[in-house]
Structures are given as structure tokens and as C-alpha cells.
Design a protein around this ligand. Structure first.
Ligand code: MLT
Length: 410
């Protein structure tokens, strides 16, 4: 008798964003004239930068000629893109990362979901709460947890609360943990981690022989020069950290798909009898077995992100989103909301008014204002009573959403 992987049955409701989409579609069906403004899922609205489009067009032309056509590329990604990333994203900021430590992929969601496969099933996983649900759900699917309790927390996972009191950067755990997921600039709270805060985590990981999975998908939105863009700007991080990044939010690639993960040469984990094992060959083995690489056309587009025009165009796009975030923060504060994030990240995190539940506030905004956001509770128990607004939309829509907030009577 064929059997299912019963760990999947432990998963709570559907994945957060499809669930929101389902609720919004149901509302739109019964309110066909409502002009709905979506500030929910962090999906970009600005088109691809012209420099990226030209590079992709050129790559399409190469693919159309027998002498320049390419079939399978290297699973790890083309050297031209890995080199551009190593030089621009890392070496230029004083972080030592070489092209052969970079693995190009089709998304930071996929990478941060898949990376757990190279670790033992009996390790202790620690996540922030609230958290990007992918880190938790993939560990549930793999069987590293017990069932969820009434608040949605799975037994076997160490949840590290992120609250206004700790500026949404968790305190070190009281019990030893092995795999630590950190995301800064943070999704969903929009918080950033300082150099000193990251150093504490790196030191912790070195001392406890742990690994940090650092999700830096939103690093391009950092405005404050003192905030590190990469965990590798922190001394010792190469020994204990994997970093994932994405072109999705930086360069409008949510529909194009291109991201990368860095696994440094000296990073190790251990066998049950304490023998160190390098992680890069393990990830390489996993990547080559299960992935055939990102298309040549896409990788040429990603390479163009680092050209002088590409950089200029991307800065302009990011500034549109960050102006949206600023407008949201200022408008909501004026209306009396407690607002966090939005300064170095495209997400604004607010306390729901009058102690309302996150989903209750979601329903209220949808019904009364026709505005969609993301309930904080969807990111974990500590997100209850909070709400996330995404800055990814056209400025006039964001302005309109804020005008509608001003009319809200609670
Ligand atoms: C989000 O809204 O949290 C993100 O769009 C999710 C993602 O990037 O997968």
C-alpha cells in the first residue's frame, strides 16, 4: 500500500499567500466593482530595468543562432554571473566570497527551503517568531518536528520571539540549537540587524558548532550605511554561515526567477561521531542532482543588474518602493498606529488597533477599505496582533490606500 509522508499532515492551513489570494478572490467575486489595492504578498510592480531587458534580448538572439546556441549550462550557474556577484555584492564590501562558492538558483525561497536537506534529521532548528513560513514548513515536511499546538508552534522547533522590545532581533537561545534561520532586513517585520547583533550570532554559532542560514533577500533595500548587507561582513561568519539572496525584489525578477546561495569552503557540519564534513560539496551534490541550472537568458539578465546602467536603474526602482514605505510609515503614524520597519526594508509592520486579531484586521481592511495586507499571525504566534503592509505597489495606489486608512472608523 502506497503511503503518504505523514509529516505533511502536520502542516497547519494552506501556505499563507495562496490562502490570502483565496480570500481576496472570494471577496472580489461577491464585490465585482471593488477596486482592491494589494499590499499583501511582496510581489514587485515595477517592470524589469531596461539594462536587464537588453541583455536578455541579446541572449535570446544568441540562442537563435547555431554558433552561439547553448544547451544545459553548469548547474552552479555561469561563471560570468558568479564572478559579477562575488565582485560586486561581496568583495566590493570587503567580504571574502569567491565565484566558486556561489550557487545560482531559481529562488531564495527554494534555496532556504531546500538547504535543510543537507543536515541531520535530529538537529535542533531555531527560527525567529514571526518568521518567513518556508523555513518552518520545510522542516515540518522533512520530519524534524512534532505536531503544532493551538498557537501553530511545532514541537521540536525553538521559536525566538521578535518583538518591539528587542527591536525584532532575537536574543540568543537558552538551549543549544544547531541550525539558525535569520532573515535581515527582516521579512515580515522590516527590522534590520546591526553589526554587533550579527556578531553575537556568529560567535554563538562558532561556540556551539551551529550553522546560520542567513536570508539576505532584501539587502538591496538597506538605506542606513552602518547596517551590514551580508553576514560575511562579520568576522568568523565564513566558518558558520550560508547566505541566500535573490534578484526577485532587487531587480524585479519575481516572475523571471534568479537567486543564489553562498556556501563558503571552510563551512562544516559534523557526523554523529563528531567528524567535520565540508558543506559545500554536499550542497553541490544536492544542487547537481536535483537542479539543472537557471536559463542562460535569465543569467545574462541578472548579470546586467551589475552594469553601470543596471545599477542606476535598480537604485531608481528601489527608491520608488522605499518612498512608498516612507509614505506608509508617516501616514499610519499620523493616524495613531504603532509602526515598525519600512526604513531599510520594503515591509511595514504595524500593531493592529484596539487589540484586534491579525486576521480580524485583515477582514476589516478588505471589507471596509478594499485594501489587502498580510496578517502577522500568518508568520507565527508572535505575529498575532500585528499586520504587514508591503511597499511593492505603484505610488498612487499606496497613496490611495493611505487615504482609505484615514477614513477607517474602528
Ligand atoms: C512575501 O510576501 O513574504 C514574499 O513575497 C514571499 C516570497 O518572497 O516568497
Amino acid at each position: 500500500m502506497i503511503r503518504v509522508n505523514e509529516h505533511f499532515l502536520k502542516l497547519k492551513a494552506g501556505y499563507l499567500f495562496p490562502e490570502i489570494a483565496r480570500r481576496v478572490a472570494a471577496f472580489a467575486k461577491t464585490h465585482p466593482n471593488a477596486s482592491i489595492i494589494k499590499l499583501g504578498i511582496g510581489d514587485v510592480t515595477e517592470p524589469l530595468p531596461p539594462a536587464v531587458c537588453s541583455a536578455m534580448e541579446q541572449a535570446v538572439r544568441e540562442m537563435a543562432r547555431p554558433e552561439t546556441f547553448r544547451g544545459y549550462g553548469p548547474e552552479q550557474g555561469y561563471e560570468f554571473l558568479r564572478k559579477a556577484i562575488a565582485e560586486n555584492d561581496y568583495q566590493a564590501r570587503g567580504a571574502q566570497v569567491s565565484p566558486d562558492e556561489i550557487f545560482i538558483s531559481d529562488g531564495a525561497k527554494c534555496d532556504t527551503g531546500n538547504l535543510q536537506e543537507i543536515f541531520g534529521l535530529d538537529i535542533k532548528v531555531a527560527v525567529t517568531d514571526p518568521v518567513y513560513p518556508v523555513y518552518v514548513d520545510t522542516n515540518v515536511m522533512a520530519g524534524r518536528t512534532g505536531p503544532a499546538d493551538a498557537s501553530g508552534r511545532y514541537s521540536g522547533i525553538v521559536y525566538m520571539p521578535c518583538t518591539p522590545e528587542n527591536n525584532f532581533v532575537p536574543d540568543l537561545p537558552k538551549e543549544p540549537v544547531d541550525l539558525i534561520y535569520l532573515c535581515y532586513p527582516n521579512n515580515p517585520t522590516g527590522a534590520v540587524a546591526t553589526r554587533e547583533q550579527l556578531k553575537k550570532w556568529v560567535d554563538y554559532a562558532i561556540e556551539h558548532k551551529a550553522v546560520i542560514l542567513f536570508d539576505a533577500a532584501y539587502e538591496a533595500f538597506i538605506q542606513d550605511e552602518s547596517i551590514p548587507h551580508s553576514i560575511y561582513e562579520i568576522e568568523g561568519a565564513r566558518k558558520v554561515a550560508i547566505e541566500s539572496r535573490s534578484f526577485s525584489k532587487t531587480a524585479g525578477f519575481t516572475g523571471v526567477r534568479c537567486a543564489f546561495t553562498v556556501v563558503p569552503e571552510e563551512l562544516t557540519a559534523y557526523t554523529a561521531d563528531g567528524k567535520p564534513v565540508a558543506l559545500k560539496p554536499l550542497w553541490n551534490r544536492r544542487h547537481c542532482t536535483k537542479f539543472n541550472g537557471v536559463s542562460y537568458i535569465t543569467q545574462r539578465g541578472a548579470e546586467a543588474v551589475y552594469s553601470p546602467e543596471g545599477r542606476r536603474q535598480i537604485r531608481q526602482i528601489i527608491s520608488i518602493y522605499m518612498k512608498n514605505a516612507d509614505l506608509m510609515c508617516r501616514s499610519l503614524r499620523r493616524l495613531g498606529y504603532s509602526v515598525y520597519g519600512g526604513q531599510n526594508a520594503p515591509y511595514v509592520w504595524l500593531k493592529t488597533p484596539k487589540g484586534m486579531g491579525s486576521w480580524e484586521f485583515f477582514d476589516l481592511l478588505l471589507e471596509k477599505l478594499h485594501v489587502v495586507g498580510t496578517p502577522g499571525a500568518g508568520f507565527g504566534a508572535a505575529g498575532e496582533g500585528f499586520f504587514r503592509l508591503s511597499a511593492f505597489n505603484h505610488p498612487q495606489k499606496v497613496q490611495e490606500a493611505m487615504d482609505r486608512f484615514a477614513s477607517l472608523q474602528i
